[in-house]
Write a protein that binds this ligand. Sequence first.
Ligand code: SAM
Length: 276
Amino acid sequence: MRAKRSLGQNFLVDPNAQRRIVEALEASADDEVIEIGPGQGALTRHLAGTVRRLTLVELDDELAAALAAEYAGRGDVVVVHRDVLETDIASLLEDPARAKIVGNIPYNITTPILFHLLDARPRPERIVVMIQREVAERIIAAPGGKTYGALSVAIRAVADVERVMQVKRGAFRPAPDVDSTVIRIRPRVPVPLGAEEEHDLRELTRAAFGRRRKQLGTILRDAPEYALAPADIERIGGSVGVAPDRRPETIDPPTFVALARALRGIDRPRHLGASA
Ligand code: SAM
């Protein structure tokens, strides 16, 4: 079968890497697991039969049909032939809060998939994904550097993230143009932010990192959805403990969360109409 670039198909052929990704999930015989983009079954064959229920979500017609044929008649493996981004993750699971998710996910839709998984309620217990190395570095980055940004804050405000291993492009067929990293994401329990707070946090980081060379105070003054007066900037900065002359890339995820909460208290961000 020819790999389809449009579906981000780079198949992992290194058996050692396949095994280590599955081990990183730490799934036990009693667990429910969803695999995203199982493809030709590189991870699937290490997982099937070792967990209580394995659900495979694959968009490609041919691959989904081949998987359905391979696992036909097995009650413990279910093939869902669908776009993961249009799939209600929790609805596939008996006990969503205890579910584990694994996948070597298509690089072109990595961020939407991560947000889709983190938007699931309840959130899965653990997520192990192989993604483009550069995106993994952005997620894991410490404050202060160039790679630290909106993605780092959005994910780390609600989950702990660790790097599991690096995988060279030669481990795939066809080889992608980039190297990869496997990360493990453990969403925090209880959920640290409500859905609306999380939405506000994303707006704040988008406004802030869209102007990453500017100081926080200037951003909160100039961004139309905030448009704060100097007195409000001082007050908010004081209550959160962040000086208005700080640049976004020096502000850690918990401080962004506190800032978003304080801004919510004075009705920001404002929702501007199309004419604003
Ligand atoms: N897991 C296999 C492996 O490690 O060799 C395949 C990985 S390949 C990088 C990504 C897989 O995701 C492909 O099988 C592709 O068809 C599938 N895929 C792409 N977009 C998808 C989507 N929106 N929903 C579900 N699967 C998708």
